[in-house]
Ligand binder design. Structure first.
Ligand SMILES: [Zn+2]
Length: 301
């Protein structure tokens, strides 16, 4: 069988073969968490004894008993690790994301378990220290969220505003914003691009005016005058991200509360920014094992 065309390091068959037991899952998590050998999470000692049960360790220095999951997002989870691994795989593999309802059916767990699981994985995907975009950067805003009965298509009162920036051929940054005024948009652009970004391309929305300077040119296409592309000037990449966003919310999530929208955006960003990464599954596991626990109460408060 020719598997050369599949650039992804993981597929559903490999997943079932390699990670069908608690033990095989724990082993890869330990390798990712402690690449230089077992280390006590409390005192960093490397003098570790195996405890009575095979998944527990004892620190010889401070006496701390721990497992590979201690202090991580997997901590205190009653869900079997192979189910976690399937969930992680489905979330990184699916272009449009996967709803809690779909996860519930696929894993045969309760809705609450599925919802909490999806949120913990999503939370780990967020990039705490994203690099600044450079080169040619496209910026645009879009509206997502509920229709209000009796209001026309153009009514935006019940919708959230999302601003996005994409570096041509590179990464995307997405964020929920309170308004699409000049101050907010300029701040978003300044916080997400290098000062000497070559060019910023937007549509004709006046709030973008003045974002260029001596080493950053600003050009816009006039969408209201049916101008979409002028030479190299267009916002097609960021609009490609909007189409992913809208297909995911309409197709899988149906309804996204504004409260959790930023987390969904992080998930979309993670998948988009890793679209060429053949080790996406492993890298997502790595983020999860290095993420702190996210209690259910924190999510729901
Ligand atoms: Zn210790």
């Amino acid at each position: 069988m020719n598997e050369k065309n599949n650039k992804q390091d993981m597929n559903i068959m490999k997943l079932m073969e390699k990670y069908h037991s608690e033990e095989s899952c724990r082993q890869v998590l330990a390798e990712l968490r402690w690449p230089d050998g077992l280390t006590c999470p409390r005192c960093q000692s490397k003098e570790i004894r195996n405890s009575y049960t095979r998944d527990q360790y004892d620190c010889a220095s401070c006496g701390y008993q721990f497992s590979v999951m201690s202090g991580t997002i997997f901590h205190d989870s009653h869900l079997p690790l192979p189910k976690w691994f399937v969930a992680i795989y489905l979330m990184v593999e699916s272009k449009k994301g996967i709803s809690a309802n779909q996860m519930k059916r696929t894993l045969n767990v309760s809705y609450k378990t599925a919802w909490y699981l999806c949120h913990r994985i999503r939370n780990a995907m967020s990039d705490g220290t994203p690099s600044l975009l450079k080169g040619i950067v496209e910026v645009d805003e879009t509206y997502v969220g509920g229709k209000t009965k009796g209001m026309g298509h153009g009514y935006k009162g019940n919708k959230a505003i999302v601003v996005g920036a994409t570096q041509r051929g590179g990464e995307a940054r997405l964020q929920v914003i309170d308004d699409n005024g000049r101050k907010t948009l300029h701040q978003f652009i300044r916080e997400n691009t290098t000062p000497n970004t070559e060019a910023i391309y937007t549509d004709e929305w006046p709030a973008y005016k003045g974002i260029g300077d001596a080493d950053t040119k600003h050009e816009s296409v006039n969408h209201s005058a049916e101008e979409w592309v002028r030479g190299n000037v267009h916002t097609n990449s960021v609009e490609g991200v909007w189409s992913l966003l809208k297909r995911s919310i309409v197709g899988s999530y149906h309804k996204v509360s504004t409260k959790h929208l930023d987390a969904y955006l992080d998930e979309l960003e993670w998948r988009f920014n890793n679209r060429e990464n053949p080790y996406l599954f492993r890298d997502t596991l790595l983020k999860l094992i290095n993420s702190e626990n996210l209690p259910y109460e924190v999510l729901t408060n």
